[in-house]
Design a protein around this ligand. Structure first.
Ligand code: FMN
Length: 348
């Protein structure tokens, strides 16, 4: 009988049993679903982000209810002792983190999305103190201010990363959006600012319009497998340019063992899943791991480390395959339904 493939990988300095990680989503917020995800074989879990807005909205709500109460009743002073006992969104997040950490054996990565530098630093420290094995900074903003150029926006992000890095000792990952104007350069700067790893990419959720009310409505759609191509390209391009110690996680569109293999081939250390688990349930991790094993068996790979990077930018026969040259080839590869051949000049 052949030896089973070795799925172990390292991510952010953590030793993981496999490269399959549960990406930040509401599933990873509750002990019950986290346990199911762990039982199904997830190597680590990323908790959903703590959002600074969440904390601020709650504080505003609380102040408003206190103020409205104090004007009406003489007993309003009774409100104050209760305030001390009210758990904020941050308190609740930290309590969940502690519980999940205590009850699960896989590494737990906390996630933070703040808007002010002070909050990034403060909550990063609290998450590290609560026992997070690593922290993922979820940088998510839209460059909508005409007065702020790319350098201003990137500089602000880098300041936050450096400030958080200086505050905590646990490993630090930065989850990026794909919309930075010079991605390879910015990725290098993020690492220089202190990130131990990059998570590529955050998905941007595009709001829609309701044609009856004319309101802007939030719409969240789970991802499709083709969305993996964006992180695939960028992991392939960045892997050879970054120090080998820098971890890379692929996220977006990973739903099957084949997707995990692709993420590894271009040089990811881990492949993260959120939509597939929300769609098919936490148990979906197990068949994905089996598909990965089957592929490794079928293709003669003994370990994940053997797969990793074997199709990345540097090792590929065509180093520009993930860059410009592919643009023309891709356009010409389109075939109209019913057509026999491709359009464009003959490039075979
Ligand atoms: C319902 C939902 C909630 C999410 N919440 C978070 C979050 O709190 N923080 C974060 O960084 N990413 C969050 N994400 C993004 C996922 O972690 C993941 O990066 C993204 O969905 C792409 O992966 P997928 O194709 O496997 O879904 C969320 C995604 C979904 C679908």
């Amino acid at each position: 009988m052949s030896t089973p493939p070795d799925l172990r990988t390292r991510y952010l300095g953590l030793d993981l049993r496999s490269p399959i990680v549960a990406s930040a989503s509401p599933l990873n917020d509750q002990l019950e679903s986290v346990r199911s995800i762990e039982d199904a074989g997830a190597a680590a879990i990323v908790m959903p982000s703590l959002f600074e807005e969440e904390i601020l909205f709650e504080e505003i709500d609380l102040n408003m209810s206190l103020e409205s109460g104090s004007g009406h009743f003489a007993e309003a002073l009774d409100y104050f002792p209760a305030v001390i006992e009210i758990a904020t969104a941050a308190d609740r997040y930290l309590a969940r983190l502690e519980t999940i950490k205590a009850q699960c054996s896989v590494p737990v990565i906390a996630s933070l999305n703040a808007t002010s530098t002070g909050a990034w630093i403060r909550y990063a420290r609290l998450m590290a103190d609560a026992g997070a094995d690593a922290l993922e900074l979820n940088l998510y903003h839209v460059a909508a201010d005409q007065q702020r150029n790319a350098a201003d926006m990137e500089g602000a992000d880098l300041d936050v990363i450096a400030a958080v890095r200086a505050e905590i000792d646990i490993p630090l990952a930065v989850k990026l959006s794909p919309y930075y104007s010079a991605m390879a350069n910015f990725a290098a700067l993020v690492v220089a600012a202190g990130a131990d790893g990059l998570v590529l990419f955050n998905r941007f959720y595009q709001p829609d319009l309701d044609l009856d009310t004319l309101d802007v409505v939030p719409r969240i759609e789970l991802s499709h497998q083709w969305e993996l191509r964006l992180p695939l390209r960028w992991v392939a391009i960045l892997r050879p340019q970054l120090d080998a110690a820098v971890s890379l996680a692929a996220t977006s569109g990973i739903a099957t063992g084949s997707d995990v293999v692709k993420a590894l081939l271009v040089g990811s250390d881990v492949a993260m899943m959120a939509s597939a688990l929300l769609r098919d349930g936490p148990g979906h991790i197990a068949p994905v791991e089996q598909q990965l094993r089957d592929w490794m068996d079928g293709h003669g790979y003994e370990s994940v480390s053997q797969i990793r990077g074997s199709a990345s930018h540097a090792t590929s026969d065509d180093p520009t395959a993930f860059e410009r040259a592919n643009y023309m080839r891709t356009l010409y590869s389109w075939t109209a339904p019913g057509e026999l051949g491709n359009f464009g000049p003959d490039h075979t």
